[in-house]
Design a protein around this ligand. Structure first.
Ligand SMILES: Cc1cc2nc3c(=O)[nH]c(=O)nc-3n(C[C@H](O)[C@H](O)[C@H](O)COP(=O)(O)O)c2cc1C
Length: 166
């Protein structure tokens, strides 16, 4: 039987762009890290992707400033960086981002896939170095996570994309 939106975090996930100040717990952060570590990776190349979790206020502010506030003031960021020139870079960060967002939803937290902010962050080499992003890698996606400040939408999404069945 098909799962309902309440039962299935894949169906319940929505982009959240407004967060309360409430910090994540260590248990929540561990669960997000486990979801990241469980991500698929092209050709078993587990050295392409680097994840950086950011929770200290000074570092959050540094990134908001470098990204023109593209991370929506979230209390926790998962920065996903990948090796420059890898064919798998964008795919690897995207599947990892989805894993993190689905786990966030399962935990009752909001999240969003932020590409624009990651592109801006990549222009700030000093901040990337400070965050520990390896030389030769660039941030490609940031996943802000936190408690949604407003109720999350529950509209029907069963026919958003073109689907062809043959
Ligand atoms: C490749 C990609 C890039 C995105 N970049 C951004 C971004 O820079 N900022 C942002 O707020 N949302 C970004 N999003 C989130 C989309 O706007 C969002 O997924 C879309 O509007 C559908 O809404 P939903 O996530 O609630 O299904 C991005 C999503 C994807 C897949």
């Amino acid at each position: 039987m098909a799962q309902t939106l309440e039962q299935d975090p894949i169906l319940a996930r929505r982009s959240v762009r407004s967060f309360t100040d409430e910090k994540l717990t260590d248990v929540q952060i561990s669960a997000l890290i486990s979801a990241f570590q469980a991500s698929p990776a092209g050709m078993h190349q587990f050295d392409v992707l680097t994840g950086i979790t950011v929770e200290k206020d000074t570092n959050l502010q540094l990134i908001e400033s470098a990204t023109d506030n593209a991370c929506y003031g979230a209390p926790f960021l998962f920065v996903l960086a990948a090796k420059n020139g890898s064919d798998f870079a964008e795919r690897d960060v995207s599947v990892a981002a989805e894993n993190i967002m689905i786990e966030a939803t399962r935990l009752g937290l909001g999240s969003v896939y932020v590409m624009g902010g990651a592109v801006n962050l990549a222009k700030h080499a000093d901040v990337c170095t400070q965050l520990g992003i390896p030389a030769g890698s660039s941030p490609l996606v940031i996943v802000p996570v936190g408690h949604a400040a407003q109720p999350v939408a529950t509209e029907d999404r069963s026919s958003r994309f073109t689907l062809i069945r043959k």
